[in-house]
Design a protein around this ligand. Sequence first.
Ligand code: NAD
Length: 350
Amino acid sequence: MVNVVVTGGAGFLGSRLARVLLAAGSLAVAGGAARPLSRVTLIDRVPVPPDLAADRRVGVIHGELAGLLDPGAAGPGAGAGSPGAGAGGPGVRDALAGAEVIFHLAAAVSGECEADFDLGMRANLRSTEALLAACRALGTRPVVVFASSLAVFGASAEHPLPAVVDDHTLPNPQTSYGTQKLIGERLLADYTRKGFLDGRAVRLMTVVVRPGRPNAAASGFLSSIIREPLNGQRATCPVSPDTEVALASPGKAIDALLCAAVSSSQTWGGRSAVTMPALTVTVADMAAALRRVAGPQADALIDWVPDPAVAAMVRTWPGRIRSDRAARMGLIPDQDFESVIRMHLAESSS
Ligand SMILES: NC(=O)c1ccc[n+]([C@@H]2O[C@H](COP(=O)([O-])OP(=O)(O)OC[C@H]3O[C@@H](n4cnc5c(N)ncnc54)[C@H](O)[C@@H]3O)[C@@H](O)[C@H]2O)c1
């Protein structure tokens, strides 16, 4: 039997990952044989979706991660959780102690971290540190999959981005969020080197189309310009149409996280983070795909209103990715952007 913990389990990717795990019903951990999944514990500061809460294999721990793990670390009020999951209480420790795989997805998004430096440090850096320390204390050497981001890369005057980012490109984050993700990657690698756990960091691309309401991610417009017009609503694109972006569908992001959990150490191939494959498109390509899928009235709902601050941030992100390590593990990019939109439509109508 396999137990799994997902931090950020109520979020976009965390809840999706939980559904995929539960539907599969088994997991082959780190190159071993597939075994039945007995428990998926979701840790989040917001309530988990009702379908997951209703599954008898799902456990829920409600609270702020750093506060749950170490009540002194996250400041007053942090760690308040649901009954039975008290701050620093046995709920979290028991869930981690019984878990062979811990997917660490809880994080504040890029825009939030730029707007509130302390939030980013608490939610992204201290939570990660506290989680790794808790895993070390278990002595069980769990597999820890860390959701990193292409935001670890960035262009600066003294260190411009190469035309194509590959497995050897030096990270050079240009945001607090990217910096926190890079520190998380490096901490995970060092805990792995010391034998405290088996860490696998995956650099996810910008995942589109994100369902639901807009979030505070700087990349949020890349989902809004598709999702809102499909709902008959206007959306604003703050960058020029020729801006290149590196994207992945939600399904491909989940494939990458699962690949990290199931690969043997030899196949995973080292302690450094794996950059997942990307579909490179311009924002104009995205609008054209929307027109082909939903007609000219849909892309007419995009307002092209440049925002110099957002455009400057987006310009520091890599658009073209070559991910040989991920490709060797069978991870492939989305075929084209039209199919990404069609997947989103199919899921939103089901
Ligand atoms: N979605 C993307 O485009 C993308 C791209 C690159 C990397 N990532 C990374 O993947 C992970 C999941 O992303 P997502 O899109 O599902 O984000 P999300 O915002 O939808 O979900 C994150 C969840 O974590 C929870 N959370 C945040 N901080 C917490 C804390 N300190 N304690 C407890 N819960 C906390 C939030 O309540 C939320 O439910 C994140 O680490 C994110 O940085 C996402």
